[in-house]
Design a protein around this ligand. Sequence first.
Ligand code: PLP
Length: 392
Amino acid sequence: MSQARPPATSGPAPGLDTRAVHEGALDPRPLGAVSTPVFASANFEYHGEPYHDVGYLRLSNSPNHAVLHRRIASLEGTEDSLVTGSGMAAISAALFTFLEAGDHVLVQDVVYGGTQNLLQQDLPRFGITHTRVDPQDPDSWQAALTPRSRMFYVETLTNPLCQMADLEAVVGFAKEHGLVSMIDNTFASPVLCRPAELGFDLVMESATKYMNGHNDLVAGVISGTAPRVRLLKLMLDHLGGSLDPHACVLLERGLKTIGLRVRRQSANALALARFLEGRPEIARVHYPGLPSHPQHARASRLLEGGFGGMIAFEMREGGEAADRFADRLTLPTVAASLGGVESLIVRPAAAIHSGLPAEAREEQGISEGLMRFSTGIEAAGDLVADFTQAFA
Ligand code: PLP
């Protein structure tokens, strides 16, 4: 039976772009296939394995899963990784694995809405509480600690303003107080940031976004040391959040171009952010690659090869003007989600953050006229031209 090839132990380590194409490929190639075939089999022959290792798709152990686990661990710079049925499946599996009744989590003040809902609406029923902390003010974190604090949860770049927490201080604080540090790296992807290298214990990504990059599947991934990933897998086996092998193959294909895509998206986003900053219709542009961004210095130090594809900008004339502007754009589609090769635009107050009360949106800096733009791989000049005609 073919196995996912283990990492090479001799010779110079290949670069990220090479590993994105080759790491963990099946060895030998099944029937010589250049691309990993879909192993469309729910179950595999039994050879006396213990329950969690029986060949069965819910147990995330098909050859398609094995390839992704090796490849993604290599990209994240961790010992192991686990793919899941969605980004939220990765987050919920991690919280249920490393927390128990009575435990408490320190959470960055703004996190993805699904994560916030899970923490706020579901986990308290299981006795798990959290406190939101200011990610820019490490001196304030001590006051949030309780004797049962177990985890510190942050995001590399937040949605939609691309705020960047003091990540090094988060790792230091978590180590000092025996907390598991967990980070959602979705907006950055391993191309721009590998939080495990900074010392984070658990790195998750919604692979729906940059990892797959083609807006054609939902998946998640979580990476860390082999013992932690083993515990996560046992929990995921029980929760039932495994990824289908057809989606595994699509994700593997998407991953092969992640370096090319994310660097191109970052270059496009920088060009567009600079253009937007010069427009009279725009009150403010939020992009970590601009010197005007409050964490530009930190982003320049901790991100590599670009500042990501996500831009937020505020239309001076408010929500209706923003909607009219979006309607006049011809290249981007008005849609939620992000990270794909095609540009998308959305007005958070009217769509992805419409469930939040107005005061909560204001507290998070989400004004009525704020737009979020997920930059695709189109030619930068065409995007700028499209924006120019939409302003006109
Ligand atoms: N984390 C972030 C930053 C996200 O933007 C999303 C989805 O938009 C998720 C997690 C959840 O991922 P999924 O939709 O794949 O479950």
